[in-house]
Design a protein around this ligand. Structure first.
Ligand code: SAH
Length: 459
């Protein structure tokens, strides 16, 4: 088989990136835009020794799980990978992914896993769930000024002013901004030359508060015609912004936000709440993007932590303190640690905003702060440790210290079940048992899935 050769294959599985997988003549094919159960005609794009990549030429037999993607640019845009799979099948795919990782990478015995594993929590309405959107602004091939998304793995912007994962207001906000850009001849940023002004538009909405915030990322120190932009929003009348900011990013890199933030009007932040905890969110803050499912996820974490008001809790990788503040209401004391200083500033402010005085925050790497703290406080009893690490999972030094601290319960919130499984294997070899696993679908239409796991001490 060589490049461009065509062949028929049945899709039996899907990769963790959402590519359909088919086997033929001892060869494994990865094929974009196909779903489990399809029988397809494909054309090889890259051929290796035992596997290859191919593109879909035509679906010959349609899978019962295949649906018409709700978004017209689903195939070209890099954001969603599973739009052509029905939502129940997406949930099955994600649940199986978590299960299989724990089985294979985690080496958890089937009887233990079956007892612990709970049904995935999906969404009732799996679209329009994101509270944050970032649209690059660019000129298309014909010179038109557009907002949109990067095509998968590229830097070319595809026009899309109404992403179906985002809120309805995004479209109107972009219309107002694009009109302002065109009216005042403001040039979009041009990646290759590094010239032009407007790079990105970031929009955030508090789902509970209804508050909207816009932040323009620009390639210079001052936003031109800013009074006119404020007036454009006021005259439009249908979008009530709480806050308008701009962010300065003059770097020639693909990092979206720079460090410097300038407030144009409003307080510079919006407020939102999850459950009974209020949060202040600035354009630079990390904040969970799916508030409905985040409440489910934190609910599971809180349930697994089983707090009665007397416990001391550590929350590692605490971000702006969301889980810490959630747990502090039912614990004696909560310690949080997070590597980004600004996030810890937000966490402290959020504690104050909620009148919470039993949460204490440290800046630094969990694997450094926790051992240092433990060395100084060897006598303090820690009942529960919660971790919510980035995709690479927990550093072994952090796990080591947790094991020495010997909390009764360890709640592991994970955005990558492969590293969760690796860490579960380590913890099971060091006196902990996996008791509950609940996947939560925070990112419908994409391959990502969150998992909340409970491990308890066995000796
Ligand atoms: N629990 C928070 C954030 C989870 S995201 C929430 O639910 O909102 C993971 C966080 O871990 C990020 O904020 C990231 O900055 C932080 N982080 C990454 N590496 C870290 C490390 N080595 N030590 C502490 N925090 C780290």
């Amino acid at each position: 088989m060589k490049k461009n050769d065509q062949f028929e294959v049945t899709i039996e599985d899907m990769s963790s990136e959402g590519l359909g997988i088919g086997r033929r003549d001892g060869f494994v094919w990865f094929i974009k835009d196909t779903v489990v159960g399809d029988h397809v005609l494909a054309a090889a794009t890259k051929v290796k020794k035992t596997y290859g990549f191919a593109r879909l030429v035509r679906v010959l037999t349609v899978s019962p799980d295949r649906v018409e993607p709700p978004c017209p640019i689903a195939r070209r845009c890099g954001g969603c990978q599973l739009q052509e799979l029905s939502y129940p099948a997406q949930l099955r795919f994600k649940s199986e992914k978590v299960y299989n990782n724990l089985l294979r990478i985690g080496e958890v015995e089937e009887d233990v896993l079956r007892r612990a594993f709970e049904p995935i929590i999906g969404m009732e309405h799996p679209l329009r769930y994101r509270n944050k959107a970032q649209f690059p602004i660019a000129r298309d091939r014909d010179g038109n000024i557009i907002a949109g998304f990067y095509a998968g793995r590229t830097h070319s912007v595809i026009r899309c002013e109404d992403c179906l994962l985002g809120v309805q207001e995004n479209k109107r906000i972009l219309e107002i901004i694009l009109t302002w850009i065109k009216t005042y001849g403001i040039e979009p940023y041009h990646e290759e030359s590094g010239r032009g002004i407007v790079r990105h538009v970031l929009i955030r909405k508090g789902f509970a508060s209804g508050e909207l915030m816009v932040c323009l990322v620009i390639n210079q120190d001052k936003l031109p015609h800013q009074e006119e932009l404020v007036r454009a929003f006021q005259e439009a009348g249908d979008i009530r912004l709480r806050s308008l900011n701009y962010n300065i990013n003059k770097e020639r890199s693909n990092v979206i936000m720079g460090r410097e933030l300038v407030n144009v009007f409003g307080p510079g932040y919006i407020e939102d709440s999850i459950g009974s905890v209020r949060f202040r969110i600035s354009p630079l803050s990390f904040y969970q993007v799916n508030p409905v499912q985040t409440a489910e996820m934190y609910g599971a974490a809180l349930e697994f932590a089983d707090l009665h008001g007397t416990e001391n809790v550590w929350d590692l990788y605490c971000g702006i303190g969301t889980i810490s503040l959630f747990m502090s209401q039912r614990a004696r004391h909560v310690y949080g640690v997070e590597i980004i200083p600004e996030a810890i500033e937000d966490a402290r402010q959020n504690a104050e905003l909620n009148g919470i005085s039993n949460a204490e925050f440290y800046v630094g790497a969990a694997e450094e702060v926790l051992p240092e703290w433990y060395a100084k406080h060897p006598e303090e009893r820690i009942d529960v440790v919660c971790v919510d690490p980035p995709r690479k999972g927990c550093d072994e030094r952090a796990l080591d210290t947790i094991v020495s601290m010997a909390p009764e319960r360890l709640v592991y919130v994970s955005c990558d079940s492969a590293t969760l499984a690796r860490d579960v294997k380590y913890l099971r070899a060091h006196g902990y048992e996996l008791k509950r696993v609940r996947p939560v679908d925070n990112f419908p239409m994409t391959v990502h899935v969150e998992t909340v796991a409970l491990l308890t001490r066995t000796k």
